[in-house]
Ligand binder design. Structure first.
Ligand code: ADP
Ligand code: MG
Ligand code: MG
Length: 450
């Protein structure tokens, strides 16, 4: 069934758009508006009206690699020497609780047909909840367009929301203190709070664990670290500290916020993520792991290492421009900047350099260049999509990025939970370099397996 063909009929498009917007609001597929109370003024999340075709075999491959990527990040995060011992807090961590909620992001590379990893996120991973709801919305809309059971089966099940709630619940249970809570560290005025609140609602429903939402500034004021290493927030013991903030410098307004982060880190609460996990997700680490022999160092199981490696794109560090491989890559990027991306050590979208800006930065050189990694530009297929924002439908050429979630709960040496945890597709206009949904470039989507 050619879904987009049906949407050429203006009446069908209008009806389906209204259905989508209403369904989204009815089911909490929403974001806050930029008002003083984003919880109370909501709008449907930006979304694609129909799911995007995606090769089924490739999708399954990415799903199958979720556990191996979690194992890789876990091993890297454990290697103090590797991750700059000075950045590691001094508290003993042999019995530390680890909770990881990861999302490995990929795009199809058209010239080779392979799926290549864009990056892996280890902190503040968003859209597990709204992404799962988007899959439900697309199931509903396909039905409205007359799709049969076979076509609806092309939408893979997506349990990302329950998986996140269950991982939080498993960590809280492993912490083992009756009445202990999850502290979700949030940004003030967060517009994506429904995605976050879904996790806490579902955690309450499925596991009876309460969540406190606090900014780093509030934690700076209210979080106390006891001699027993318990973190107490307003009288409650924190079983888990779940960061949906703390990955951009602006989240640390001053010394007090850094001190709060350190108190959390020194506590015995499960941290999602720990500082080590956050560092393990750095783009510099991704680039370093792509060097020969590095993945193999952390994943001794050859099959597992190979599973991860097949997704690596070309990546180069820029700390030693005299290195022949680096010099060759930089030379190629100067000649053809459209084939590369220059990435600083930042998260949250909007920081990468492309095209003329990339060339100018490489030409300027200087020691600051070592803070970037140079990456092969992935060239995904261009699709036609209808994107709906603020109730308005716009058809455009688009690119899609697939994210595969995984969760890992570990207490000391004992892995309690490690599994793939659903997926997300984000789609953006083909001419836009960056793709953030929250930042207003992209829309939530889901894969239609072909
Ligand atoms: P962030 O941590 O800020 O999300 P990303 O590495 O995901 O950083 O880059 C942001 C966006 O830039 C991605 O979602 C993707 O759309 C685009 N992008 C990043 N790396 C590449 C690449 N190698 N090729 C093509 N596009 C890329
Ligand atoms: Mg990221
Ligand atoms: Mg990203």
């Amino acid at each position: 069934m050619d879904l987009l063909q049906k949407l050429k009929d203006p009446q069908v498009l209008k009806d389906l758009t209204e259905d989508a917007v209403v369904w989204a609001t009815q089911h909490g597929l929403v974001m806050g508006l930029a008002t003083p109370t984003p919880a109370a003024a909501v709008v449907h999340a930006p979304l694609a009206l129909t799911p995007v075709p995606f090769p089924a075999g490739t999708f399954r491959e990415a799903e199958a690699a979720a556990g191996a990527f979690a194992a890789l990040v876990d091993a890297v995060a454990e290697d103090d020497a590797y991750l700059l011992a000075t950045l590691r807090p001094t508290a003993a961590h042999d019995d530390f609780g680890v909770l990881a909620h990861l999302r490995s992001d990929y795009m199809l590379h058209t010239p080779t047909g392979s799926l290549l990893q864009v990056e892996i996120n280890t902190i503040g991973v968003s859209f597990a909840c709204l992404g799962g709801l988007t899959a439900c919305l697309h199931g509903h809309l396909l039905g409205r367009l007359g799709a049969g059971a076979a076509e609806r089966a092309a939408l893979p099940p997506n349990d990302a929301l329950d998986q996140l709630a269950d991982a939080l619940g498993a960590a809280a249970q492993a912490y083992g203190v009756e009445g202990a809570v999850v502290v979700m560290v949030v940004q003030p005025g967060e517009r994506n709070l429904y995605d976050q609140q879904w996790a806490q609602t579902r955690l309450w429903e499925r596991h009876g664990v309460r969540t406190l939402r606090r900014t780093l500034s509030e934690l700076a004021r209210d979080a106390e670290l006891g001699a027993d290493r318990r973190l107490r927030v307003g009288g409650a013991v924190a079983a888990v500290v779940y960061f949906r903030a703390g990955y951009v410098p602006e989240d640390y307004a001053g010394e007090a916020e850094w001190a709060a982060r350190e108190r959390v880190e020194r506590s015995d609460a499960f941290k999602c993520p720990s500082v080590a996990y956050q560092l393990a997700g750095a783009k510099k680490v991704q680039q370093d792991l792509a060097r020969p022999g590095q993945v193999e160092r952390f994943l001794p199981d050859e099959a597992q290492a190979a599973l991860v490696r097949r997704f690596f794109a070309g990546l180069w560090g820029l700390e030693d421009l005299a290195d022949p491989d680096t010099a060759a890559a930089v030379g190629a990027a100067l000649r053809d900047p459209g084939a590369f991306v220059l990435k600083p050590q930042r998260e949250g979208g909007g920081h990468n350099l492309y095209g003329a800006e990339l060339r100018a930065r490489l030409e300027r050189g200087g020691p600051g260049l070592g803070a970037y990694v140079l990456m092969q530009r992935i060239l995904p297929p261009i699709n036609r999509s209808v994107m709906v924002r603020g109730g308005e439908a716009v058809e455009a050429d688009t690119l899609s990025e697939l994210g595969i979630f995984s969760v890992l709960v570990r207490r000391g040496g004992e892995v309690l939970v490690s599994r793939g945890a659903g997926h997300l597709v984000r789609t953006k206009a083909a001419e836009s370099d960056e793709g953030g949904v929250a930042a207003g470039y992209g829309v939530l989507d889901s894969p239609f397996l072909v």
